[in-house]
Ligand binder design. Sequence first.
Ligand SMILES: *Cc1c(COP(=O)(O)O)cnc(C)c1O
Length: 355
Amino acid sequence: MSRPIIARIDTAAFRHNYLLAKSRAPGARAWAVVKANAYGHGLLRCAEAVRDVADGFALLEIGEAVQLRDAGFRQPIVLLEGFFAEDDLHAASEYGISSAVHGEEQLRMLELSELSHPLDVFVKLNTGMNRLGFSPARLPQVLARLRASGKVGQISVMTHFACADGEGIKAQLTSFDDAVHGAVVPVSVANSAALLRYPESHRDWVRPGIMLYGGSPIPDIESAAAIGLKPVMTLSSRIISVQEIGAGDAVGYSATLRADGPMRVGTVACGYADGYPRHANTGTPILVNGRRTRTIGRVSMDMLACDLTGIDAGVGSEVTLWGEGMPADEVAAAAGTVSYELFCALAQRVPVVEF
Ligand SMILES: *Cc1c(COP(=O)(O)O)cnc(C)c1O
């Protein structure tokens, strides 16, 4: 028998979440954001699940975009960070892949290129995140240069919000609208959080990512279940050892947990080398035999411990780390991170099955 850890990917749930995202932004087209190997879920299996309903796909790497084209996906595909080099630009043009243009270097590369087909571009404006994008005041000049280049087809404009999950988008959206005012171009601004919280941000294209994978983009405001999202990835394993300990006994590296009294400790075949967050402290929720309990002590590379006191479970009992029955958002919160990071960190060594 092999090591019992496994990640199940529920592609029907992915499809459900995509359709839910679309229903929450009626009138807008929705890119399924599938960057980072579909947030760790598998690019092609997720794309396949929405083949007949997806308006388009958004990701980072030209190689992944070409993979989608080669697999027969005809929808618009956009490179969210644009092209990194001349080769990317040629491939994008050849395969009919749209590209963000976020800076002077990209603009110049485009102006100097020889392309087989005109490139559809999304001019990215920096409205306050200060990561990528042209200053909004430069938009007229950028649009003029793109049009004069003769290298581009459809021109759209986009920006990205820093606080759609918190303080809000007002200042950034105002800055964006002031810049775009008068230019008759399609626009795209909303990530998952903005899609759910700010209908005024829907515009022409929305860009849901995390919500497609069943993570809440706003876990402190509304849970994934309350939004109607279904978990897509369920990471499960089994108990491989049970230790009976007494008052004063410690568990795990650095002995961060000492028992107050008699305790049953279950050792789970899952550790940080599988992608489980090492920063998940004692008390992180975990499901054993369908019952909620807590992790105890430090997470090791290949194992972690959980509290089986008063729980009917033993060696071989099924454990859910996150997914169906155990929201990834709760595990992430206990580990001081976000569900995005848990999903993306799923390790190569974990076998994945699709259902
Ligand atoms: C990743 C990303 C998104 C999706 O964000 P979520 O918070 O996962 O919905 C949208 N737009 C851009 C530019 C991104 O990089």
